[in-house]
Structures are given as structure tokens and as C-alpha cells.
Design a protein around this ligand. Structure first.
Ligand SMILES: Nc1ncnc2c1ncn2[C@@H]1O[C@H](COP(=O)(O)OP(=O)(O)OP(=O)(O)O)[C@@H](O)[C@H]1O
Ligand SMILES: [Mg+2]
Length: 685
């Protein structure tokens, strides 16, 4: 790290100032209070931020805002960092700042900037305290007043701080962690040992199960073959059984047919019997009819019927005439009665009922004669008509007899004709029945033939039921066997499955155990190595590094103190806790008993030795070529100041910044920056 430039705004005694730092040794010179230490405080602030309570000491009195901007160079990287200060009601605080690395700017809070700077400076992060970096404090810059307190401070805390900055305390941590790790390893190893306790037993179990599985597989193979053969046989037998069942069905069908045909024959015989009885009846009836009709023949009775109709007509007409004549008789009788009545009435009549005039005898007589004449005529007519009626009635009687006779004749003819018809019918029927009988006979013959055929057929199915029963039994037996083999096979297969699963589980368990065993072996080796080697190694390393640091520190401190004091009477060395032991004339003397110049020399020698030892131990930090010394020569004599040059030359650093108001130092530094303060404002001259 090389400082290039610093810009101050309202920092302590400064208003606005820019200071450029050259390479090599630089002296900041000026009177008391001219603003030299302020520059160093500003550098400290801009890099690491505010220390608690430092704000008001930094921001110029009466100002609300201030800032520091530092330009520096690390590994040919140009870096600018700026921090701002502001005054608030509670005090002075930090504001946002920024960092520019090779022209790349990033803004950040105070803490973010600090973290980035620590990275850029490559400082170990564990050595970062809340406010400061110990490394920076013990290598680059120790504030003016703090120099002596390092030496005078509490032994234990100094040793602890030194162990920290030397990076030695990490070995203690490593060992403590290693102990914890070993403890955990032991616990883990015990757990692993328990977990793999059964490994051998599991391996044996697995081998046994595998053997058993092999046997099961062979059994399954065998039983599968048996099972298939049996199934094939069973299938075949079942097919054959179906064939037999079909034959039985056919046999039953044939039997039914036979029964049907036998019934048919029975029916045919019954019918023939019936027909024969009918033939007998018919024959008897025919015989009787033939007897009845013997010598008779069928007549044509149409003429007779015609004649009967004509007679009937004639009877009707005659009877009509008789009726008419009877009507005439009645009419005439009525006329006769009228005339007779009139005659009677006239005879007894004396006066006319109408005109009441007297009827004359003469007149009466005339009328009586006339009426008697009429009565006579009527009587004559009546006689004549009576005669006619009698004749006619006789004629009718004759005609009716004739009609009766013809009628009887017709009836007789009809009966004969009916009997003939009847006879004919019976003969027809007889013929028909004959025909039927012969038809039935031929049917009977046919049926006999069919029955014979069916009988033959049934004979072919002989013993089929017995065969069926035998077959059935055989199949039942096979089914039983099939079932048994099936169950056995299923059991074996289940066993196979179970064994496979168990083996799988065992394999997994064994695999896991072997893995654990592998880990256990490794962990045990590790545990042994850590216990036997690592911790020892760490102890040795810690010791060696501590010894090296101590011896380097001691020789540098001794050398530089001797160079700075150079009177041969005072010797100094470091005890184990890095406390300077000073002997004057072989008498051990307390630090506080030394003169002011001697104390300053011891402090400077201690400070520079510390810088060198840390820089050597931590080769990676980026501040190895810079040191800032504030008033390191307070109380030095002129000769001592000459020695300072030699000591600084031995440091061989690229940039040394020294604050001093000893004019002598100006003669051996490369550059001098002069400061003055006028009217409460510091500036560089
Ligand atoms: N907050 C502040 N505001 C203004 N001035 C301040 C503030 N704090 C300190 N000062 C003054 O700034 C001046 C510069 O102080 P600084 O410590 O830089 O002086 P110096 O050059 O190192 O002196 P010395 O040689 O005595 O160590 C001093 O006069 C100091 O009193
Ligand atoms: Mg000062």
C-alpha cells in the first residue's frame, strides 16, 4: 500500500486541504498543534471508520459536515475512498461514502466500506475488532499516545493480543475444535459399531436365504411342469367327457323318439280296433237297409209332386167357390128375412108411421103379394144354390182323398230314396274306413321299421353311462390333484416372493452396514491420526511459530534498542510473555525507571520489531510496505536521532511517514511536508 493523496474538508484544524504523499520516507513537520497528527487520524478514519466518541474530535468545531478522501495504490490498483461526517443533535456520525477501484465506483454505508477495505488490504477478518483492525494498529499506525501503553499494559491481555496478531491463537482453536471433533467421532464410531454389530450374522442369514431360494426355484420349476402336464391332461379328459355327455344326450333323444314311435303304434292299433268296430256296425246297417230295399227301386217323384200341387190348386179353387155360394145364401136369407118382416109389418100396420094416414088394405095387399113373390124367388134361388154347394162339396171331398193318396205315395217314395241314400253313404264310409285301416297298417309297418332302426341306434350307446361315471371319477381325481398342485405351487411362489424380499432387505441392510463399516474404518483411522498426530502437530506448530515469532521479535527488539541507546550498559530482551526485561549493568530495572529517551527507544524498538514480525508472519497483507510513526523520537538525543536513520534504513520500506518536530530528522528523510496553523486553520506550506 502506497499513500498518494488525502483531501480534507473540515477536519479538526483544517478547512479544505489536499496533501500529496511522495514515496520513500516523508516527514510531516510543524509546530505543536499545527495539524500533523490530524492527517494520520484522518487516514485512520477514512480507512476503518469512526471510533466511538472520535467523531467530535474529527469534525471541525462549528462545522456541520466534513469529509476525508484518500487516494492510494495497492498492487497497481488505484483506489480512492471517501467518508463523510455530519453533525446531528446527538453527536457526530458517519454518512454514506464511496470506494473507487480502478475508476469503478461503489457507494456504501460505513460498515460496508470497512468490510471492502479489509478485503482489499487482505487482512484476516477474525482480527477485526469493532472499531479497528489490530493488524493496522500494530503494523502501520499506532496513535501517538498508544505506543507506550502497549508496553506498559496488562501482561495477559498483551500476550493474548500478540498471539492474535501473530495468528498463533488459531492453533489453540484448531486443537480445541479437534478435541470436539474427536469426541464426536468417538461417539459416532460407537454408534457405528452398534449399528454394524450384526453384519456377520446378516451375511450368514443372507447366504442361507439365498440357498433356500435356489431350492424353492428348482421346486417351482418342477411343480410348474407337473402342473402344466396335469392341466393338459385334464383339458383333454374334459373334452372327451363333453363328447360322452353329447352321446348320452343323443341316446336320451333316441329313447324319447323310440317311446314316441311306440306310442304311435299303440295308437294306430287302437284306431284300427275302433275302425273295425265301425265296419261291423256299418255292415249291419247296410244289411238291414238292403233287406228293406229288396225289390225296390228309386222312383222319379217329380210328376207326383206336380200332380199333388195341381190337386191342391183345384181344392182351393173349389173351396173358394163354396165360400162365395155360402155368402150368396146368407145374402138371400137376409133378403128373405127382410121381405118376411115387411110382410108381417104391413099386415099389422094400420096407419103410416110417417104421415099417420091410414094404410089401405089394398095397398097392403099389393105390398104383401109383391113381397111373397120376392120370397118365393129367393127360396128358389136358395134351393138352387144349396144344390150347387152340395155338388161342389162332394167334388172337394173326392179331390182331397186323391190329394191324400198322392201325398202318402210321395212320402213312401221319399223314405225309400232316403234309405238308398243312407245305404250309399254307409257303403262309402265302409270303403273309407277300409282305406284308413290299410293306411294305418302301412303306418304301423313304417313305424316298426323306424323302431327297429332306433333300437339299433340305442344299442350302439350301450354302457355309455358307466363310461361317463368312470370318466367323471377320473376327472374328479385329476381336479383334486390339480388343486393340490396349484396350492403347493402358489405356496412355493409366495415363499419365493417372501425370500426374495427378505434377501433384498438383507442386501440393503448389509450394504448400509458395509458402508457404515467403511466409514467406521475411515473414522477410526481419522480419530487415531487426529489423536496421535494432528493435535501433536498443532502443538508443535504453535510452539514453533510462537518460538520463531518470539525469537525474531526478541532479536529485532534487542538489536534496535541497542542501536538506539548504544551505551553498552543497558541490555534488553523479551521474556516468554513478550514483556521487555531491561538490565542495566546486570541489574534488572523496571521500564518506568528508565529515562524518557530510553523509554522512547524501548517503545520504538518494540513497535518496529512488532511491525517486522507481523509483516513476516503474514506475507499476504497489503500494508507491508508502509509504516506511520507519530512522534517516535520524543526525548531523543542528537546521537539517538542519527541512529533512527539507521534503524529506518533497516526496515527497508517503500513508504515511511514520520511525524516529528525534530529538525534533525529533515536531514535524512526523502521528503518533508511542512504544516502551519494560522488563525485556527491548518495548512500545508
Ligand atoms: N474538533 C476540532 N476542531 C478544531 N480544531 C481542533 C479540533 N480538535 C483538535 N483541534 C486542534 O487542531 C490542532 C491540530 O492538532 P494536531 O493534533 O494535529 O496537532 P499536532 O500538529 O499533531 O501537534 P503536536 O506536535 O503537539 O502533536 C490543535 O491545535 C488542536 O487543538
Ligand atoms: Mg501530534
Amino acid at each position: 500500500m502506497l499513500l498518494k493523496k488525502i483531501k480534507l474538508e473540515n477536519i479538526r484544524s483544517y478547512l479544505t486541504e489536499e496533501i500529496i504523499f511522495p514515496e520513500g520516507s516523508v516527514l510531516l513537520s510543524g509546530n505543536i498543534g499545527s495539524g500533523k497528527s490530524s492527517i494520520l487520524l484522518a487516514i485512520d478514519f477514512v480507512l476503518f471508520g469512526l471510533n466511538p466518541g472520535m467523531g467530535s474530535a474529527l469534525l471541525r468545531n462549528g462545522q456541520d459536515k466534513g469529509s476525508v478522501e484518500l487516494h492510494f495504490n495497492i498492487d497497481s490498483k488505484d483506489i480512492i475512498i471517501k467518508r463523510n461526517l455530519k453533525r446531528t443533535q446527538t453527536g457526530v456520525t458517519q454518512d454514506y461514502g464511496y470506494l473507487i477501484v480502478n475508476n469503478e465506483k461503489t457507494e456504501g454505508t460505513a460498515t460496508e466500506l470497512k468490510a471492502r477495505i479489509i478485503t482489499i488490504l487482505n487482512y484476516p477478518k477474525e482480527l477485526l475488532t469493532k472499531s479497528k483492525s489490530l493488524i493496522y494498529r500494530y503494523t502501520v499506525y499506532t496513535p501517538q499516545e498508544e505506543m507506550k501503553t502497549i508496553l506498559l499494559g496488562d501482561k495477559d491481555s498483551r500476550l493474548e493480543t500478540l498471539r492474535k496478531v501473530f495468528g498463533i491463537d488459531k492453533y489453540k482453536r484448531i486443537m480445541q475444535n479437534a478435541e470436539i471433533f474427536i469426541k464426536n467421532l468417538k461417539a459416532k464410531n460407537r454408534e457405528f459399531e452398534i449399528r454394524i454389530e450384526n453384519l456377520d450374522r446378516k451375511n450368514i442369514e443372507k447366504q442361507e436365504k439365498e440357498k433356500e431360494l435356489e431350492r424353492i426355484k428348482i421346486d417351482i420349476k418342477k411343480i410348474t411342469m407337473d402342473y402344466e402336464n396335469l392341466s393338459f391332461l385334464l383339458r383333454k379328459k374334459k373334452e372327451e367327457l363333453t363328447g360322452i355327455e353329447n352321446l348320452i344326450k343323443e341316446k336320451n333323444r333316441t329313447k324319447n323318439e323310440l317311446e314316441l314311435e311306440q306310442n304311435n303304434i299303440k295308437n294306430y292299433y287302437l284306431r284300427i280296433e275302433r275302425e273295425n268296430r265301425e265296419i261291423n256296425t256299418l255292415q249291419n246297417e247296410i244289411n238291414s237297409l238292403e233287406k228293406d230295399l229288396d225289390g225296390k227301386k228309386e222312383e222319379n217323384i217329380d210328376e207326383l209332386i206336380k200332380k199333388r200341387a195341381e190337386i191342391y190348386e183345384e181344392i182351393s179353387s173349389k173351396e173358394n167357390e163354396i165360400r162365395k155360394l155360402r155368402d150368396k145364401v146368407a145374402e138371400l136369407n137376409s133378403k128373405k128375412d127382410t121381405s118376411e118382416s115387411l110382410r108381417e109389418k104391413i099386415t099389422e100396420l094400420n096407419s103410416c108411421p110417417t104421415c099417420l094416414q091410414e094404410v089401405k088394405q089394398e095397398h097392403k095387399h099389393t105390398i104383401i103379394i109383391k113381397e111373397e113373390k120376392n120370397i118365393n124367388i129367393i127360396l128358389e134361388n136358395l134351393n138352387e144354390i144349396a144344390k150347387k154347394i152340395k155338388d161342389k162339396e162332394e167334388e172337394v171331398k173326392k179331390l182331397k182323398d186323391k190329394h191324400e193318396k198322392i201325398n202318402t205315395e210321395i212320402n213312401e217314395y221319399n223314405i225309400i230314396s232316403l234309405k238308398f241314400k243312407n245305404l250309399k253313404e254307409k257303403e262309402e264310409k265302409l270303403k273309407k274306413v277300409d282305406r284308413e285301416i290299410s293306411e294305418l297298417n302301412s303306418k304301423i309297418n313304417e313305424t316298426h321299421a323306424v323302431i327297429k332302426e332306433l333300437d339299433e341306434k340305442i344299442k350302439k350307446f350301450q354302457n355309455i353311462e358307466e363310461k361317463y361315471i368312470l370318466f367323471r371319477r377320473e376327472i374328479d381325481e385329476l381336479i383334486k390333484q390339480d388343486k393340490m398342485i396349484g396350492i403347493r405351487k402358489a405356496t412355493l411362489e409366495q415363499n419365493e416372493l417372501d425370500f426374495t424380499k427378505t434377501i433384498e432387505i438383507l442386501k440393503k441392510e448389509i450394504l448400509l452396514m458395509e458402508k457404515i463399516k467403511g466409514n467406521l474404518d475411515y473414522f477410526k483411522k481419522l480419530q487415531k491420526w487426529l489423536t496421535d498426530n494432528f493435535i501433536n502437530m498443532m502443538q508443535i506448530m504453535e510452539k514453533k511459530i510462537m518460538l520463531k515469532a518470539h525469537s525474531d521479535f526478541n532479536s529485532l527488539f534487542e538489536k534496535w534498542f541497542a542501536m538506539l541507546v548504544d551505551n553498552g550498559m543497558i541490555n534488553t530482551k523479551l521474556d516468554e510473555e513478550f514483556t521487555p526485561i531491561i538490565t542495566i549493568n546486570s541489574y534488572e530495572t523496571d521500564y518506568s525507571h528508565l529515562s524518557g529517551g530510553e523509554r522512547t527507544a524501548a517503545a520504538l524498538a518494540y513497535r518496529l520489531a512488532l511491525n517486522q514480525v507481523i509483516n513476516n508472519l503474514m506475507s499476504e497483507i497489503k500494508t507491508r510496505d508502509l509504516i506511520i510513526l507519530d512522534e517516535p523520537t520524543d526525548g531523543f538525543s542528537s546521537e539517538q536521532l542519527d541512529k533512527v536513520k539507521l534503524v529506518l534504513d533497516e526496515l527497508n520500506l517503500r513508504q515511511i511517514i514520520i511525524v516529528s518536530h525534530e529538525p534533525k530528522i529533515e536531514s535524512f528523510v526523502d521528503s518533508v511536508l511542512k504544516f502551519e496553523k494560522k488563525e485556527h486553520v491548518s495548512r500545508i506550506i
